[in-house]
Write a protein that binds this ligand. Structure first.
Ligand code: SAM
Length: 335
């Protein structure tokens, strides 16, 4: 292990001063300077000795140092802000052959061919020796996790290698939503989408004051391990549509949101049919539905879509828009 530790380097604080790396608000830059804290985050990922890691948003490289000190063999860092590249190059020289630097946007970065093919495991086997780690910019963390959850469902992107594990930071509230159980106040669309596909663990909370500059919120470290068998065996987009509809009226009974899956003319009849087939009580609130009930709803909705081929493309917002437009035309005609 000793040979894998980094040689003495300027501290992260010194790197920030040396390269004049003032945090930019529009890139949600809040840095971690305390290496004991970055070590603690890295420990949540599991054993990184000889592992491959993709780190998103390395910035001045605090987490990167902890990843390297944990013995990772191949660390691919994806950083959008060019100001950080020289500091990352310094790190790369201190760990020869172990750091690859990509200057680019993680949202556009294709991960499916970024690592050697021999890493790949069958989906049902143990997870591959590949980890995604990041103290993510808040502004991209939610779209990014939704993108990765969809790729998890489709086994594309970083999941072409098998059940790649993710260790990521989120705004505390988002971390709580991702991991909220049935009946919890934080239970939301994100809870179902994450938990039907993976085991999600809210590891610990980092107080905002641990970051430079201090963000307005605290931060949660969340670990995801994709499930060998997702709890819902339907296409991601179909699950997303059902879940989104259920949660659009989160304080009302669940039938209210589900009704909007169906054209107005058949709304009540089809909602009743859906709930009967799924054996779900229409008066349950969205937050009180278990993942097994979402599975039953998605299965029943999928069956209805097979019986009514135009149903899946139905969006109640289109119907509302059309109604609005024809009202306006009638009004204009009268004037
Ligand atoms: N990992 C460092 C740390 O813990 O100190 C920096 C964290 S800072 C919250 C987020 C980092 O992500 C910044 O370095 C920022 O430039 C970078 N970043 C922001 N948007 C990005 C994107 N779309 N793709 C890649 N990096 C991005």
């Amino acid at each position: 292990m000793a040979s894998l530790r980094l040689p003495p380097l300027p501290t992260i604080g010194e790197i920030i001063k040396l390269y004049n790396l003032r945090a930019q608000k529009q890139l949600s830059q809040n840095f971690l300077l305390d290496l004991r804290l970055t070590d603690k985050i890295i420990r949540q990922a599991g054993n990184l000795r000889n592992a491959c890691v993709c780190e998103v948003g390395p910035g001045p490289g605090g987490l990167t140092r902890s990843i390297l000190n944990a013995g990772a063999a191949d660390v691919l860092v994806v950083e959008k802000d060019s100001r950080f590249i020289p500091g990352l190059q310094l790190l790369s020289e201190a760990a020869p052959g172990r750091v690859r630097i990509v200057h680019g946007d993680v949202l556009a970065f294709g991960m499916s061919s970024a690592f050697p093919a021999h890493l790949a495991r069958n989906w049902d086997d143990e997870p591959p020796d590949l980890h995604i780690i990041g103290n993510l910019p808040f502004s991209v963390s939610t779209p990014l996790i939704i993108k990765w959850l969809e790729e998890m469902a489709d086994r594309t992107g970083p999941f072409v290698y098998g059940r790649t594990r993710l260790t990521l930071t989120f705004q505390k509230e988002v971390a709580e939503r991702l991991t909220a159980g049935t009946g919890s106040r934080q239970r939301s669309r994100l809870s179902i989408m994450a938990q039907y596909l993976s085991t999600v663990h809210n590891c610990f909370t980092i107080p905002g004051r641990a970051f430079i500059p201090k963000p307005d919120v605290d931060v949660g470290v969340v670990h995801f391990t994709p499930l060998p068998q997702p709890h819902i065996q339907q296409p991601f987009k179909l699950v997303e549509k059902v879940v989104k509809n259920v949660f659009q009226f989160r304080r009302k009974h669940c039938h209210k949101g589900l009704e909007m899956l169906f054209p107005e003319a058949h709304r009540l009849r089809m909602t009743e049919q859906l709930l009967r087939r799924a054996d779900v009580d229409p008066t349950l609130r969205p937050a009180d539905l278990a993942i097994s009930q979402f599975r039953a709803l998605a299965d029943a909705y999928s069956r209805l879509c097979r019986e009514n081929p135009s149903l899946f493309s139905y969006d109640f917002r289109d119907e509302l828009r059309q109604k609005h437009q024809s009202h306006r035309r009638i009004k204009r005609g009268r004037c």
